[in-house]
Design a protein around this ligand. Sequence first.
Ligand SMILES: *Cc1c(COP(=O)(O)O)cnc(C)c1O
Length: 647
Amino acid sequence: MKPTNQPPIENWTTLQSSILYGLSRWGERYFSINEHGHITVQPRGPKGESLDLMELAHELEGRNLKLPLLIRFDDILEDRLNQLHQAFEEAIVKYKYTGSYQGVFPIKCNQQRHVVEELVSCGRQWHFGLEAGSKAELLIALSLIDDPQAFLICNGYKDQRYIETAILARQLGRQPVVVIEQVDEVERIIEASSSLGARPLLGVRAKLSSQNNGHWGNSIGETAKFGLSIPDILITVERLRTANLLSELRLLHFHVGSQVNDISILKNALQEASQIYVELTRLGVPMRSLDVGGGLGVDYDGSRTTTPASTNYSLQNYANDVVATVKECCESNNIDMPNLISESGRAIASHFSVLLFNVLGTSAVSSEIPAAKDNECLSVRNLRETLISIKKIPKESASDISKLQEAWNDAIKFKDDALSAFRLGYLGLPERATAEQLTWACAKALIERLPKNNLIPEELNALRSTLAATYYANLSVFRSAPDTWAIEQLFPIMPIHRLKENPSQLGHFADLTCDSDGKLANFINNGQIKPLLELHKFIPNEQYIIGIFLSGAYQEVMGNLHNLFGSTNAVHIRLTKSGSYHLDHVVRANTKSDVLEAMEHDPEQLLERLRIASELAIRQGNLQINTAQRLMDHIETSLRQSTYLHE
Ligand SMILES: *Cc1c(COP(=O)(O)O)cnc(C)c1O
């Protein structure tokens, strides 16, 4: 393409991109835009080392790590841990809190080995521990934690083997706390303890009455799935007392549900839990720790509001409120302040993962104006005149809304006329096409003339989406961003390059699956949601790479094999002081063999069947030997490759 043919790059700055996509708000310390219009990653904040994400993507592709690609910035993970501990340290100093803070990572948030290992190793300096919610997660926790001071919080449903394993782990020199979540666990614990002749460390999970809102709102309250009601807590205490195990009950736990949007909900829960803690102490329980669970939210859209994609508090606000609320309650009741434990998953693991995918192509209605022909039918001629009349209206003359509306009503009428004529056989396909194109051209001309205020009739506003494009994403949302589908979660999504260019096309993404739900069509919008994202015109044969940010929590394990799209390539990156990076780990994408085997198919048998079928076709003279070979090559190669599209 000659340079003169390129659309002029309008006066558009990276700052405008940053504002448009909300990057300056949700990107916080970690993401910004450089002078090339590329996103940069700076894991230690604006003053630390930084890396050009677009260049990184190219270099990784050069190593045959094709898109879609999950990039995990381990430095960000470490920084999140740092931030969390700093926030609590600061709060403890500020409020002269006499207890300590010690966190654990809830494994369910991201069970990937490299992720959990990284957290355990970075967290060693703070005796950071792990929280397990199942026997399998307990096995991970047991094998990875070797620090005798780190906590190993055992939650979830527990059978005899779970309980015995946790009790015995104490003799390995670990600190497993068996949190009683169900009434019937008490008897099992007592039984296990007496049969093993060993004493467990115990905790109890309280069902609070304080209500959370949002998606996980029913994690607390009377109908919550987990936790003991107050009467059950009292029964449990007495049962442990008679079994002579009360001296091992050291911890009170609660969890308000994930992504708490409103800090006041947390404060209520904290007050209630602190009071229960105090009362337990009064009953003679030698309490030591208060575990405030998870729920620390992520401000996905950066709006600082109580909407589901946001939080009205910062990490520091959170730490301050936890520390101050517990202190106040203990002080006024004259009891020692507990050691605080938190189980933040989302807030630790979201920021470090960026999922990159490429756009394969776009489709949109064509708004090109077809050349006029002789003897065009009346409705087509009318549409042409309507278009001319719209174009006569000066751009952005805010007063002419009614004229615009009138013109659009005309356009719709003439288009309907054309469609009726087509149905009755008076109009051929080429003329029908002309009528449709002219209608879209009218819509486009109208949109260019809409004033930039909120007083636009809904119908005219909706025209924007009629002209929006579908961008085809080399991705399965069911595999890589399942919560966008399952619970309509919003993630920041934006191009990682071309950010010096005006993104003049509105669009949404359709994924590779044959499922109409397989799309990304909800985007952050500063406390609201928008169905279309400003994107750049897709240029065929040029890469257009989009990032899904803050996606490190929960997505990988919730992702499924819909249409047999498997895991993407994943890499762990560490930045070096010189502004370069290490590739710490590479986790290759699932191959097609992998996903077939996951469904109990045997790739070898599959190949063998096809070999027999092609032999037969050769014998019958329907297939040449060399084309048969070509087919087998395709199939063999395909089995070894990832499930996504390759260029
Ligand atoms: C899920 C869960 C967490 C983690 O919650 P986040 O909102 O990700 O911090 C913590 N504790 C328990 C008991 C959980 O079930």
